[in-house]
Write a protein that binds this ligand. Structure first.
Ligand code: AMP
Length: 281
């Protein structure tokens, strides 16, 4: 497994592979890898010959007072796991390599970036799209895999790719969960014991909404109210947002009539966790 820490090394590798007509997949991550990340690698293998995984805790997607400094990191273990997974190359740059003195240019996908997660994290998606565009230019993938766990991020990246005519196919991969339903996340490590138990309420609220919809309840206000009530019954939970949106456009809906995503952001203690569920009425 190749490990590249400079942009030049990574670009040269990708250039050479492309000369040989080899199909490259990129799986971008912030490291502290778990089964969710590994499932993206499996998905990438279905579509490409060579797999590049990037590990970069991107400072521009963290706001003031957020957890950039505390974000969990374990480079040694990550590299071990990726080696076992037979990944071909890992791009793992320093911040100064990605954002040298004088860096000025950002990429932003309009109003899609300002709602839901973007409302409580105003510069977040601008940081995400900027770093992903840079990673695309550095690794030159034919395809890139993104987890549906970060559904708004997936839709925004897809839009950026379409709008900027990037010759890259964006492939979604399903959410991987713990046995009790909690979506895997590097941030779950922030949860204290009691908070970890309460955190399952996020998934439970989604399952409850799906069941109510299956039984014929389509009014979003009512469904949101019930989810609110359930989540608020937990001592450590504080709701950031619950929204029902059109699965393709992320526009809010008032009735569940077409394919809908329920998007949820909830603080459990000091961990801000997100989750979502597809509803096909
Ligand atoms: P992160 O390292 O948290 O930035 O995530 C890197 C990629 O892994 C993103 O595309 C995430 O959507 C994806 N991902 C994170 N957690 C999960 C999960 N539980 N299931 C599926 N994909 C995930």
């Amino acid at each position: 497994m190749k490990i590249f820490r400079t942009i030049e090394e990574q670009q040269n590798y990708s250039k050479n592979e492309k000369c040989e007509n080899i199909k490259i997949a990129l799986v971008p991550t912030m490291g502290f890898l778990h089964e969710g990340h590994l499932s993206l690698i499996d998905k990438a293998k279905e579509h490409a010959d060579k797999i590049i995984v990037s590990i970069f805790v991107n400072p521009t997607q963290f706001g003031e007072g957020e957890d950039y400094k505390d974000y969990p990191r374990d480079e040694r273990k990550d590299l071990e796991v990726l080696r076992e997974k037979n990944v071909d190359a890992v791009f793992i740059p320093e911040v100064s390599e990605m954002y040298p003195e004088g860096f000025r240019t950002f990429c932003e996908v309009g109003e899609l970036s300002n709602k839901y997660c973007g409302e409580s994290r105003p510069a977040h998606f601008r940081g995400v799209t900027t770093v992903v565009l840079k990673l695309f230019n550095i690794t030159k993938p034919d395809i890139a895999v993104f987890g549906e766990k970060d559904y708004q991020q997936y839709i925004i990246i897809k839009k950026m790719t379409e709008d900027l005519n990037l010759p890259i196919e964006i492939i979604p991969s399903p959410i991987i969960r713990e046995g009790d339903g909690l979506a895997l996340s590097s941030r779950n490590i922030y949860l204290e014991k009691e908070e970890r138990i309460e955190a399952t309420v996020i998934y439970e609220s989604l399952v409850m909404a799906r069941k109510m919809i299956d039984e014929g309840e389509y009014e979003v206000n009512l469904l949101k109210g019930k989810m609110n009530e359930l989540i608020k019954s937990k001592k450590h939970a504080r709701i950031d947002y619950i929204e029902f949106v059109d699965s393709r456009t992320l526009e809010k809906v008032e009735k569940v009539e077409n394919p809908t995503r329920i998007l949820v952001g909830v603080w459990i203690g000091k961990a801000r966790l997100i989750d979502n569920m597809e509803i096909k009425p």
